[in-house]
Write a protein that binds this ligand. Structure first.
Ligand SMILES: C=C(O[C@@H]1C=C(C(=O)O)C=C[C@H]1O)C(=O)O
Length: 340
């Protein structure tokens, strides 16, 4: 191992019940607590912990927390409305945009605040973004779908920061049950990043105009390692993945076929065949994916989706199922995860 590999410890996340957060927090340095719960609030620092509540659960019985921990002591702060925590190597920044009739400008402003913060504090390697949009498939005040409205603001912010398409992080852009748009991002100071595409899907940033005025800017996965020469032991952050080949949704109305294609897409994405383009050799399969979130549009489909996921992921994988809308009206399911 090189010295850099030894010193840059990669971050980790765990799912826990809402009431167990303080026990998990006591075991390490907490970068952030993301509550997938019954209401959305502005991000805050609570008992010294950066906390973001997302409206992603119908009742407290299905709520859970995702707790991000790192190796070093964490400091928190606030910058132009976004709240952050950092440990000298990793930064988590969270924000919320209140419900409005047009999201482009507010999304651009909130993203600018977060990107500006990363620049200012020297966390220039953003490797994962999550975005939660209430009424994602609904129309804004001008008749533009809220997801497309959001994509426009995001693309404009990236442009202002001269973010090249090949540098965009992996992301999730998913529905939520309330609260406008909430987001959290992870960035690093010195870890090495590789944005990974899926050779069987069109890069999202190349999607044609039929999907909105500006394409969604995200990578299918991010490979995060201590050094650029480590092409074997880094982490893989798998973006929200759905039943899309090329740029087209396949299997409209068929949840079983959509789950199968989503899983096939992830399987191919993390395979050495796909990663060869990036000189990454990891020997991965679906059995290595953990910290999985499965977003299901129709509650009644959850048992079917769960059965199929349990057949293909490891029995030890931690999986959360959430009942929310997906970024295209014809998508019934979406899956994300992490290979640590
Ligand atoms: C499912 C897709 O996109 C979704 C939307 C994303 C976004 O806009 O950030 C990222 C991944 C998925 O959550 C897709 O286009 O394949």
């Amino acid at each position: 191992m090189t010295q850099a590999q030894q010193t840059v410890k990669l971050p980790s996340s765990a799912f826990t019940g809402l009431t167990e957060v303080s026990e998990v927090a006591a075991t390490g340095n907490v970068l952030g607590v993301i509550n997938y719960t019954t209401e959305c609030t502005d991000p805050r620092v609570e008992n010294g912990l950066l906390t973001l509540d997302l409206h992603m659960a119908a009742d407290l019985g299905e709520a859970f927390a995702e707790v991000w921990t790192t190796a070093r002591p964490v400091e928190t702060g606030e910058h132009h409305g976004v709240v952050y925590a950092h440990d000298g190597e990793y930064l988590l920044v969270a924000g919320r945009i209140a419900p409005t009739g047009r999201y482009t400008e507010d999304t651009r402003a909130a993203y600018v605040a977060a990107l500006d913060l990363m620049d200012g504090l020297g966390y220039k390697n953003c490797f994962r973004m999550w975005n939660f949009l209430n009424d994602i498939n609904g129309d804004n005040a001008e008749g533009l779908e809220i997801y497309r409205d959001f994509c426009k603001g995001r693309a404009e912010a990236f442009e202002l920061f001269h973010f090249g398409d090949k540098e965009v992080p992996s992301a999730t852009g998913i529905g939520s049950l309330g609260g406008g748009i909430a987001f959290y991002f992870l960035a690093s100071r010195s870890a090495a990043l590789t944005s990974v595409e899926n050779s069987k899907q069109m890069a999202a940033y190349h999607y044609p105009r039929q999907y909105g005025p500006r394409p969604p800017k995200f990578a299918r996965a991010t490979y995060l390692a201590g050094t650029h020469t480590d092409r074997r032991s880094g982490q893989i952050y798998v973006a929200g993945t759905a039943s899309i080949r090329g740029h087209e949704t396949l299997h409209d109305g068929d949840v079983v076929a959509q789950v199968k294609l989503s899983l096939d897409n992830i399987e191919h994405l993390v395979s050495d065949e796909n990663l060869a383009d990036y000189e990454i050799v990891r020997g991965n399969s679906l059995l290595d994916v953990d910290n999985i979130k499965v977003y299901v549009r129709h509650r009644a489909d959850i048992p079917t989706v769960k059965k199929m996921c349990e057949e293909r992921f490891s029995p030890n994988a931690r999986i959360q199922y959430l009942n929310v809308d997906v970024c295209r009206a014809d998508l019934l399911v979406e899956i994300e995860g992490i290979i640590a």
